[in-house]
Design a protein around this ligand. Structure first.
Ligand code: ATP
Ligand code: MG
Length: 336
């Protein structure tokens, strides 16, 4: 399967914004996506209709999401259709943002994305008066979503400021509404196609800086989906090797080494022994440098080793793992 580069930035989108994915104007890929996934039973894009401006917010050309029969795409679509909202939990780099873009594209739903860790202001989220005499009201992102529908994606939802969380709670009751206290208490009913997906890293000692999701929001989520790395420890996923080969145009042996090292590093990260666990995107970047005529080991220096930490001692730990796998390893091969 030929996959395109897939990069994204954490960002908050305003009502007129450009999507973060590189967009090529062919519809072939969308057609191909539709043959890979059928979510029409849950979210049928033919029943939604949005203005041209809103259509601009529907992601395009999202690469497929690879899983091992977990059917995440369908389960998210089902949760949205039954309950209007769901939560995705998993370590950084396990494809949570990716899959939300994919579901939005498949469902033909505009996507509104907020990274709660960025502490975006209440003004940007709910709205404000603008103009010289402050006479014109400008809706914020959450208000736009509530009025016109689409998928609101709250990344790092557990990092949300309490004042924002408190205002969201009434909307999250399925037929909820939003009260705009700043604008004469205008009551905005939740659009019938306004769906919500929240995501976050699991709350545990190893994930420094995370905190638990507030109880009010937790209660309002009916479906929770857990995400994990494709390969961790000795469990190596053949599909991840293929993905690295495809995206970096590297030979299979090198891709396998890279994935096996990545899997080991993730295990150390999950055990709290390393400060960072690499995503498949990180492994692809490393593979791209290697594919440009460098050895896997040498290209690790300016990619995975430096990426994991600035601390020389931690870098040395990563280097040892890289060397161990590159120089005739004795790990057991286990493909799932
Ligand atoms: N199962 C998968 N199939 C295809 N690509 C994947 C998969 N898992 C991760 N990726 C790729 O890994 C990279 C990181 O994914 P993404 O940013 O969606 O992770 P995330 O879980 O949202 O991370 P964070 O918690 O840091 O926001 C992306 O390039 C994405 O395409
Ligand atoms: Mg993300």
């Amino acid at each position: 399967m030929q996959l395109e580069d897939f990069t994204q930035k954490d960002s908050v989108k305003s009502d007129k914004f450009s999507l973060n994915f590189s967009i090529s104007k062919t519809n072939k890929k969308s057609e191909k996506l539709d043959t890979l996934y059928d979510i029409s039973k849950y979210l049928d894009k033919n029943v939604f209709s949005f203005s041209d401006e809103m259509k601009e917010l529907i992601p395009k050309d999202t690469p497929p999401y690879l899983d091992n029969g977990e059917n995440y795409v369908n389960r998210i679509a089902r949760a949205l259709s039954f309950f209007k909202q769901c939560a995705l939990i998993g370590p950084s780099g396990t494809g949570k943002t990716h899959i939300v873009y994919l579901v939005s594209e498949l469902a033909g739903l505009p996507m509104w994305e907020i990274n709660c860790g960025l502490q975006t202001s209440v003004f940007d989220l709910f709205g404000r008066y603008v103009g010289l005499g402050k006479e014109n009201w400008l809706d914020g992102l959450i208000v736009n979503w509530c009025r016109y529908g689409g998928i609101l994606y709250l990344d790092e939802a557990n990092m949300m400021k309490q004042d924002v969380a408190t205002r969201l709670n009434p909307i999250l009751d399925q037929r909820g509404h939003l009260v705009l206290t700043e604008k004469d208490n205008e009551l905005i009913p939740r659009h019938k196609h306004a769906y919500l997906i929240i995501s976050m890293n699991p709350f545990s000692a190893e994930f420094a800086g995370t905190k638990p999701l507030n109880a009010a929001m937790r209660r309002r989520m009916s479906v929770w989906l857990n995400f994990d790395y494709m390969s961790v420890g000795d469990k190596i996923d053949e599909k991840e090797i293929e993905l690295v080969c495809d995206r970096a145009h590297i030979d299979r042996d090198s891709a396998e080494k890279i994935v096996r090292i990545g899997a080991k590093l993730r295990q150390e990260y999950q055990q709290g022994d390393l400060p960072y666990g690499p995503s498949v995107g990180d492994l692809v970047n490393w593979a791209k440098i290697a594919a440009d005529g460098n050895s896997v080991e040498k290209s690790a220096e300016e990619t995975i080793i430096a990426l994991t930490s600035d601390d020389i001692e931690v870098q040395e730990e990563v280097r040892i793992i890289v060397k161990r796998v590159c120089g005739g390893d004795s790990f057991e091969r286990k493909f799932v």
